[in-house]
Structures are given as structure tokens and as C-alpha cells.
Design a protein around this ligand. Structure first.
Ligand SMILES: C[S@@+](CC[C@H](N)C(=O)[O-])C[C@H]1O[C@@H](n2cnc3c(N)ncnc32)[C@H](O)[C@@H]1O
Length: 357
């Protein structure tokens, strides 16, 4: 059996009438390099194709099916995890931050890895188990981080010494067209972090009014052409990501390609935030945070746009005024220029931290 995935719609290899195994064909693509997520079978297999993965990383891209953790050194510095402490990674994702925190917690510490995504969570759990983190040390919970207090109660924990939230989506989610987040590749217009809950983006757009969508594009993504775009999307039926991005592009014929791409990305971001109710989850999380931290506990939050950063900044300032936090970050911490160059997806990141009294 080979490791290469079969081309789409092809049947799996199975014994034919003579009892012999049919030959599995290698994935075919035109050009020198694969473009589609499902064709990048080498990137999905870093153990076997290390050279290919190294080349992708060196070009500033993220290998398919993985995620490059952002500001790892800065996060470890502000969180300062120590042996025997309890940590919660509220956005486990690919587990890159969790892996580094877990190492610092040994011996005797444990990390609870929370994520809303039922598709990626088991894969990440398996990956970290393979690295030797057993169930005593590493526990996973499929949950929205708005329910962090409940998660701690269920685990009979009074609080955590270290809490991390790295907001938004992982590269695995963005790059997999089947999840419906990709602005570039065709996929069902879904955009749910948990595809088992709520409504997909297609149903959301079909029901929303022009006025509500205009407000949402402005509030969730500062989209300057909201009034022009909203009437073409609200109340309309879009089945795929491409149908949506083509309609946005058609609404903006006067724009150059780069400007148009930015608008498409902002519209996708605004709809994704609404479909996943991201701001209300963040507000609930920030409200509950002081009650989830042990005395002297540390929290770090990575945000990726102004709507998130504003909320974190205000909540930390209010927490300091009310005596919940003894110290907070006075300035945001940004990725170094090297990190921004090596991993352009880190560019908008802003890190803030707070320390419980
Ligand atoms: C940027 S990724 C985290 C990457 C991770 N820090 C790493 O190093 O691999 C964000 C993750 O948070 C999850 N997520 C986003 N909002 C969430 C929420 N409200 N509750 C739980 N998980 C959430 C997403 O499903 C995604 O897996």
C-alpha cells in the first residue's frame, strides 16, 4: 500500500475478480508543483518527505495540513510555565504552543488542550501522544473556550496557573477547501470551526438583511466598501466559496487585483466571525478569565485583528482597575521582523498578557 492519497472520486484499491490488488495511481497534477490541498500528499507526510516540507517552510509558506505556531518564544517568556503547574491551551490547534508549554511543565505538571474543532482535535491529540505526553499530563476537551469555567469544574480543577488563547483559525482549517474558509479554492461555503453545530455561512447569508450585513462587514472587518458589497450578498444563495469570492470581485470592477483580494478576505473574515459567534465567545471568555486563574496565574492572548485586540485590551485594563490583575501588558508585543518574513501569516499578530493578583 502507498502513502499517496487517491485522486478525488477514485475508488480505493480493492481486490479485483482475480483476487489481485488493483494498482493505486499516484496523485496527478499539471505543472511542476501541486496546487490543491489534497494533491500536496508530500506535505501531509513530513516524516517521509522531510525535504519537501523544508523547502515549503523556507519559501515562507505553511506545509499543507500543518500550522506554524506564532511568537512561541515571546509566549513562553510571558507565561513562564514551571514544573508541577496546570496550564490550559484554550485554542489547541496543531498543538505547537501546547507542546512547548508541556515540556516546561515537567515533571508533575499538566496541560488541558481545548478546541472547538472536532475534525482537527483528535489528530493533534494523537500527534502529542506520539511525542510521549500521556493522559496524566495532557488532557483534551472539545469545547468552546467560552465554557472554560465549566471545563475546569468538570476536571475538578479550581484554576490554572497558565492560560493561552491564540485566536482565529489554524492553517489546517484555512487551507483545507472542504472546511469552506478558503478564499482561493473551491469548497462548500461552510466556515464553521465545529461543523456539527450552528449554521453554515451559506445559510447565514441567505437569511441576513442588507442592513445587518452592511453593519457586520464594517464592525467585524472594517470593510470600506461594505455598502456596495452587502446588497449583492445578503439574502442570496451561494453554495461555494468561489461563488462568493467571484461575486465580491464582480462588485468591485474598479479595483486592482490586490485591493480586490483584500476586500474578499475581509468579507470572508466578517462572515466567519459572525457564523462562529467569535466576539461573544471572546467576551464571555474574558469575563470569566479572572475566575479561571490561580493566584499569580498568567494569561497570554494572541489576536489577529482590531476587533479582537480592542476587547482584550479593555478587559485587561478593567481587570487591573478592579484588582483582579496585578500587572498587565502596557504595550502589545509584535512578531519580530524575522518571524514576519519567515511566516507572513504572523504579520497581524498582537500579543497581550496579564497576571492574576
Ligand atoms: C490559531 S489556531 C491555534 C494554533 C495553536 N496555537 C498551535 O500552536 O498550533 C486557533 C485554534 O483555535 C480554535 N478556536 C478558535 N476559536 C475558538 C473558541 N471560541 N473555542 C475553542 N476553540 C477555538 C480553532 O478551532 C483553531 O484550532
Amino acid at each position: 500500500m502507498t502513502d499517496e492519497p487517491l485522486p478525488e472520486n477514485s475508488a480505493p484499491a480493492s481486490p479485483d475478480a482475480t483476487g489481485e490488488k488493483k494498482h493505486r495511481r499516484r496523485v496527478r497534477y499539471s505543472g511542476k508543483n501541486p496546487r490543491r490541498f489534497d494533491q500536496k500528499y508530500k506535505e501531509h507526510n513530513p516524516e517521509k518527505y522531510g525535504d519537501t516540507v523544508a523547502k515549503v517552510l523556507a519559501s515562507g509558506k505553511t506545509p499543507a495540513g500543518t500550522h506554524r505556531s506564532i511568537m512561541v518564544a515571546e509566549i513562553l517568556h510571558v507565561l513562564a510555565p514551571k514544573p508541577r503547574e496546570v496550564a490550559v491551551d484554550c485554542t489547541l490547534g496543531f498543538g505547537g504552543h501546547a507542546r512547548e508549554i508541556l515540556k516546561s511543565l515537567q515533571p508533575g505538571g499538566k496541560l488541558i488542550g481545548v478546541d472547538a474543532d472536532p475534525v482537527e482535535l483528535p489528530k493533534t491529540e494523537a500527534r502529542l501522544r506520539e511525542l510521549g505526553f500521556g493522559p496524566e499530563t495532557f488532557i483534551t476537551k472539545r469545547s468552546n473556550f467560552a465554557g472554560l469555567r465549566q471545563v475546569l469544574t468538570e476536571l475538578h480543577l479550581e484554576g490554572a496557573d497558565v492560560i493561552l488563547a491564540d485566536l482565529g483559525l489554524s492553517s489546517m482549517q484555512i487551507d483545507d477547501p472542504a472546511r469552506g474558509f478558503s478564499t482561493k479554492f473551491e469548497g462548500p461555503l461552510d466556515m464553521r470551526m465545529n461543523p456539527q453545530r450552528g449554521q453554515p455561512a451559506s445559510a447565514f447569508l441567505e437569511k441576513i438583511s442588507v442592513e445587518a450585513l452592511t453593519t457586520l462587514l464594517l464592525e467585524n472587518a472594517d470593510e470600506p466598501r461594505a455598502q456596495k458589497i452587502a446588497p449583492l450578498l445578503a439574502g442570496k444563495k451561494f453554495s461555494t466559496t468561489k461563488e462568493l469570492s467571484n461575486t465580491i470581485a464582480a462588485a468591485l470592477p474598479q479595483l486592482g487585483k490586490d485591493e480586490c483580494t483584500l476586500s474578499i478576505r475581509r468579507v470572508f473574515q466578517a462572515i466567519r466571525i459572525a457564523v462562529n459567534d467569535e466576539f461573544s465567545a471572546l467576551d464571555t471568555f474574558l469575563r470569566n478569565l479572572p475566575f479561571c486563574l490561580n493566584p499569580n496565574g498568567r494569561v497570554a492572548i494572541l489576536t489577529f485583528h482590531s476587533g479582537e485586540d480592542r476587547r482584550v485590551k479593555k478587559a485587561f485594563e478593567a481587570g487591573r482597575r478592579d484588582g483582579f490583575y496585578s500587572e498587565i501588558a502596557d504595550e502589545v508585543i509584535r512578531p519580530t521582523s524575522e518571524e514576519r518574513r519567515d511566516n507572513p501569516r504572523s504579520s497581524p499578530a498582537k500579543l497581550r498578557w496579564a497576571k492574576k493578583t
